[in-house]
Design a protein around this ligand. Structure first.
Ligand code: NCD
Length: 311
């Protein structure tokens, strides 16, 4: 339960910039919205007359649909923009693109952008509430919120719970946001992956490193498994995907051979046969589809609470 009635910030730029009370307030609000989206009539009028622009300068399926659904369930007016086919290709700057959109009286901006920190830049220049839907390899706050919310739903309070994040820690924005979020909620966090996919600054994040996947899985309550971000790797960090799967891939046989039952998560999209085999991804360990359902409720909560901070 949160001790706050409202968020401490008017933007969601990253988990780094919010506190545990903010996170708990978002969770409490998401519980209510989850109930709403399971009703026969899934819509509430909370954001009527609020206009939201979804600006996606990078590919997305899940996150974009999830935000759009959340906005529509809250009765907001929604405009969508994606960089392919836009004037960005003609050389327009980010600030000019966004200022033009804001001239059309947009109140909130949900943005995915390849440049880390693009959202901080925007928040310094425009009045609208800014929500980070992923900034390059940096943060993906709503993903971390929905991940932690799904873990809490399954396990109760995360205080003292053991979470391992497996895979491409260096290039994954989900990893960094998860680390910040889980630590703020009192969980113990380990990371596990090949040394070449762990960032050099990992020691500064207060997480332990375990290179042995079996040991990591035997330690944890939850394994949050990440995709190898091949599109962000300009050089080869692993010899081959086949070798990666051999050392860091999780299959049902491995799960069944552990000392205890663990919960398996993945933000999607899954590369089946690489980080997860199909029999693991579709097993009773997995809460991957619950994560997706919770994503809509979490994003409704974030949008609703931030809209209350519009000055
Ligand atoms: C993640 C992302 O885009 O960072 N996916 C998502 O938002 N559902 C993870 C990924 O692309 O591997």
């Amino acid at each position: 339960m949160s001790n706050q009635q409202e968020l401490s910030t008017k933007h969601l730029l990253g988990i780094k910039y919010i506190n545990a009370d903010d996170i708990n307030l978002i969770f409490d609000t998401a519980v209510n919205f989850k109930e709403v989206i399971n009703r026969p009539i899934k819509k509430v009028p909370s954001l009527r007359d609020v206009t939201i622009a979804n600006l996606f300068f990078e590919n997305s399926t899940r996150t974009k649909i999830s935000f759009e659904l959340a906005e529509k369930r809250l009765s907001a007016d929604v405009v969508n923009f994606s960089s392919s086919g836009s004037s960005l290709k003609k050389g327009e700057t980010l600030l000019d693109t966004v200022n033009n959109i804001l001239s059309m009286k947009v109140d909130m901006v949900v943005m995915r952008h390849p440049a880390p920190g693009a959202h901080v830049f925007l928040a310094n220049h425009i009045e609208a509430n800014i929500i980070n839907a992923g900034d390059g390899t940096h943060e993906h706050p709503t993903q971390a919120l929905l991940d932690a919310f799904s873990m809490q739903e399954k396990l109760g309070s995360l205080k003292g719970k053991k979470i391992v994040i497996v895979g491409d820690i260096m290039h994954s924005r989900v990893a960094l946001s998860n680390i910040y979020c889980l630590q703020k909620l009192g969980a113990k966090v380990k990371v596990c992956g090949p040394p070449t996919l762990l960032p050099k600054y990992i020691d500064t994040l207060g997480v332990e490193v375990e290179y042995d996947l079996r040991k990591a899985l035997n330690w944890c309550d939850v394994a949050n498994v990440l995709r190898i971000q091949l599109e962000r790797q300009e050089i080869k960090y692993i010899p081959s995907l086949r070798e990666y799967a051999q050392f860091y891939g999780i299959n049902k046989e491995l799960l069944d051979s552990l000392d205890k039952e663990i919960v398996l998560m993945h933000p999607g999209p899954i590369n089946r046969g690489v980080e997860l085999s199909s029999d693991a991804a579709d097993s009773h360990h997995s809460i991957i589809l619950q994560q997706v359902e919770n994503g809509v409720a979490i994003r409704m909560a974030v949008l609703y609470l931030l809209s209350g901070k519009r000055a």
